[in-house]
Design a protein around this ligand. Structure first.
Ligand code: F6P
Length: 358
């Protein structure tokens, strides 16, 4: 019997979404031929809620391996609002179940990050046949060593750090590069090491501005006329670390700060006398073509998901563990995230290199 496979991309985009869609589709068509039909759902769960979907043609999955973004479109539809009926009176969960049924789907593949996986688990608990695929530049999905999109973002962020080196050296400045990552510091840690940053600040390790400035001064004493900081957007200092979330947010709002980056730059300038500049590559970190690493990973993950479809193995998400592609139960990983543990090897590497972690 012909299988109808729904597929959607949800949450923030990243390089590798199209490569993963292609991996899923090519492997499904290869394995199941005319016995499979892929239904593309537009703009993530928003499209599923609103029944915005269409049968895809095999050709649509060709030529997209190297293309950034997602051919299906994506949207953030927060998990915490899934059970909340808004002004439009739409019961989102009921609508998704109805559209899944009306579209005659046998299963649904959801490509996304932590929020996407929470909703995927909810739909699985509601009886839908779900397979997740782990996407995010943050690399913070529980139960997988790596997510697609992460390594491309590391490459992009590394290039930013490389490029600010020469301008920092020319002007004898400190450059503070703010990288994405609200809760998880993986991107900043890896790009910081790859780019040879002198100071790396991540959300998992609250920083002391005194330590940061001491590191800049130590370099100056060694005759280095510049320093480079790689700072995750979600960092906070030791004082903020002691505050409750709300108190911290209020302090930030009073100071007109969204992130700590500008404050860090200002304090470095005041305390060390070094002229300091901020560089925020922002969404560039999520744009453009996936790296070779991510193309391979996306293809590994996509083809594995196709195998799961054929085996009718649902309520799971694809993962990489110790170099092997495997799957985790959605119920085991949903609602958890993977942050940089204090004991992580890469922190030890940074410390051995004399990189200050604040
Ligand atoms: O989750 C990926 C991510 O890029 C985070 O690192 C970042 O904080 C956030 O998305 C930005 O979201 P948006 O694209 O909605 O501004």
């Amino acid at each position: 019997m012909k299988k109808r496979v729904g597929i959607l991309t949800s949450g923030g985009d990243c390089p590798g979404l199209n490569a993963t869609l292609r991996g899923v589709a090519k492997a499904l068509y290869e394995r199941m031929g005319d016995n499979v039909e892929i239904v593309g759902i537009s703009n993530g769960y928003y499209g599923l809620i609103n029944g915005d979907a269409r049968v895809m043609q095999p050709d649509e999955f060709s030529g997209i391996l190297t293309v950034g973004g997602t051919i299906l479109g994506t949207k953030r539809t927060p998990f915490k609002l899934m059970r909340v009926v808004g002004d439009d009176q739409v019961d989102k969960v009921a609508a998704m179940k109805k559209n899944y049924k009306d579209l005659k789907l046998d299963c649904l593949l959801t490509l996304g990050g932590n929020g996407t996986h929470k909703t995927a688990n909810l739909l699985s608990e509601e009886g839908l046949n779900i397979i997740g695929l782990p996407k995010t530049i943050d690399n913070d999905i529980y139960g997988t060593d790596v997510t697609f999109g992460f390594h491309t973002a590391v490459d992009i962020a590394t290039e930013v750090i490389d490029r600010v080196h020469t301008t920092a050296g020319s002007h004898s400045r400190v450059m503070v590069v703010e990288l994405m990552g609200n809760k998880a510091g993986w991107l900043t840690l890896y790009a910081g090491i790859a780019g040879g940053a002198d100071i790396i600040l991540i959300p998992e390790l609250p920083y002391s501005i005194d330590h940061v400035c001491a590191a800049v001064e130590k370099r100056a004493q060694k005759g280095k006329n510049f320093s480079i900081l790689a700072v995750a957007e979600g960092v906070y200092d030791v004082e903020e670390a002691r505050m409750k979330k709300k108190e911290r947010a209020a302090r930030r709002a009073d100071a007109g700060e969204t992130t700590a980056t500008n404050r860090i730059a200002r304090q470095i300038e005041q305390m060390t006398g070094f002229e300091t500049r901020v560089c925020v590559p922002g969404h560039m970190q999520r744009g453009g073509s996936p790296s070779a690493y991510d193309r391979v990973l996306a293809t590994q993950f996509g083809t594995y998901a196709a195998k799961l479809v054929e085996a009718e193995r649902f309520g799971v998400t694809v993962a990489m563990k110790n170099g092997h592609v495997c799957e985790n139960a959605l119920s085991e990983i949903a609602g958890k995230s993977r942050l940089v543990p204090e004991s992580h090897d890469m922190l030890a590497v940074a410390r051995r290199m004399g990189i200050s972690l604040g």
